[in-house]
Design a protein around this ligand. Structure first.
Ligand code: NAP
Ligand code: MG
Length: 408
């Protein structure tokens, strides 16, 4: 075991982005009990707690994103996306946009989610033995659409007018005989291409195969463009690297992909178009046991990484905490956000001892759960359930700290 003064040095800066409510409370405990005693870190701290965002007219969010661009690696706590209720609760100047949306727009990234697996938290799908990572394209399609409620008979059209004064392209979508609905969606080669690059990068990073699926048998231009861009990107920039790493790029139809995922043992990255990713990531999250067992990383095509938990600020638990009650909130995904950032930092800095520490902290966390010491969310799904003990957040973190200490 190392003595207190022999802390492991993390060479380069990590951008630390603090957040709100229960996750803010857990964030502090994780740092104080699991990281600071063992690591000598240079952290550049940005407080994205809602009050601070309001005070700075949200400039702090932009600064945090730019800091990730500068240093390459960031770790973020969950943050409140304000709505009308929050404006009242925090007496806000305005309804500030989602910090994750702002950061994503600046880093131009793709979000990848991965479950944390423990032996006694079995996934609902019993043949899933390894994590299924999911990558969601976070631009365009139905999320940036235009819609018309068609009031009665008439012609619904799709029209493109070239900026250079060329001939417009016009198609009839439907000759309506009566009322209905009409929708227009789009995507861009640039965005699809950075999505593809991010997915190829992440799968290679994790040394897992990449699956991608569209419905290009039906959507012969729109979905086909996604397929083409992925194919071209693979042939041009990744084929050799994938061969060397012993992993494959696999394309199939989305319905075939869904069927295969259910029969698979996991262990791949599933790249999803925007809507597919929205729906399927929630399905995967719940199938793997708890929201708090899902980590998330934003990977930019320029090689910047931001790690976080997939869940929110756990508001309901925070209100209990404010009343002085102890809560059994689960810090696993927050811990894994830190280990993700540390592993990436160590890899970029070529400091294997930092990567090794992060692995040990992950092992200590999983072993704690596997020893039957767990938070309430996991108690509900753990098998076998008899011997398990539900603990408060702080007790859970202390149990992890005990295991970690023995590994160092
Ligand atoms: P949430 O914070 O994810 O929590 C939803 C429910 O899931 C909780 O009430 C709790 O269920 C369970 N849960 C989530 N994380 C847990 C954990 N670590 N340990 C134990 N249980 C956990 O979602 P929300 O309540 O809808 O959103 C709260 C705030 O988070 C909102 O202001 C939203 O804007 C923000 N948010 C932020 C992010 C982000 O920063 N990435 C993402 C999503 C939401 P029980 O109550 O049944 O115990
Ligand atoms: Mg969703």
């Amino acid at each position: 075991m190392k003595k207190q003064h022999e802390k492991i040095k993390v060479k380069s800066t990590i951008v630390e982005i603090d957040g709100d409510e229960m996750t803010r409370i857990m964030w502090k405990m994780v740092k104080e009990k699991l990281l600071f005693p063992y690591l000598d870190m240079k952290l550049e701290y940005y407080d994205l707690g809602l009050k601070k965002r309001d005070e700075t007219d949200d400039k702090i969010t932009v600064d945090a994103a730019n800091a990730i661009k500068k240093h390459g690696v960031g770790v973020k706590c969950a943050t409140i996306t304000p709505n009308k209720d929050r404006i009242k609760e925090y007496n806000l100047k305005k309804e500030w946009p989602s910090p994750n949306g702002t950061i994503r727009a600046i880093l131009d990234g793709t979000v990848f989610r991965s479950p944390i697996l423990a032996d006694n938290i079995p996934p609902s799908v019993r043949n899933w033995k390894k994590p299924i990572h999911i990558g969601r394209h976070a631009y365009g399609d139905v999320y940036k659409n235009q819609e018309i409620r068609v009031p009665g008979p008439g012609k619904g059209e799709l029209r493109f007018t070239p900026a250079d004064g060329g001939q417009p392209i016009s198609l009839t979508i439907q000759d309506f005989k009566g009322p209905g609905v009409l929708q227009g969606i789009h995507n861009t080669d640039k965005s699809i291409s950075s999505f593809a690059k991010a997915c190829f990068t992440y799968a290679l990073d994790q040394k897992v195969p990449l699956w991608f699926a569209t419905k290009d048998t039906i959507s012969k231009t729109y979905d086909a463009r996604f397929r083409q861009i992925f194919h071209e990107e693979f042939e041009k920039n990744w084929k050799k690297k994938y061969e060397d790493a012993g992993i494959e790029y696999f394309f199939t139809l989305i319905d075939d992909a869904v069927a295969r995922v259910m029969k698979s043992e996991g262990g791949f990255l599933w790249a999803c178009k925007n809507y597919d990713g929205d729906v399927l990531s929630d399905m995967l999250g719940s199938a793997y046991g708890s929201l708090a067992m899902m980590t998330s990383v934003l990977v930019s095509p320029d090689g910047f990484f931001e790690y976080e938990a997939a869940h929110g600020t756990v508001q309901k638990h925070y209100y209990k905490y404010l009343k002085g009650e102890k809560t059994s909130s689960n810090p696993m995904a927050l811990i894994f956000a830190w280990t993700g950032a540390l592993k990436k930092r160590g890899e970029l800095d070529k400091t294997p001892e930092v990567v090794d520490f992060a692995h040990k902290l992950e092992q200590a966390s999983i072993e704690t759960v596997e020893a039957g010491i767990m938070t309430g969310d996991l108690m509900k799904v753990a098998t076998p359930s008899q011997k398990n003990k539900q603990v408060y957040t702080e007790e859970f973190i202390d149990a992890i700290a005990d295991k970690l200490k023995k590994k160092l």
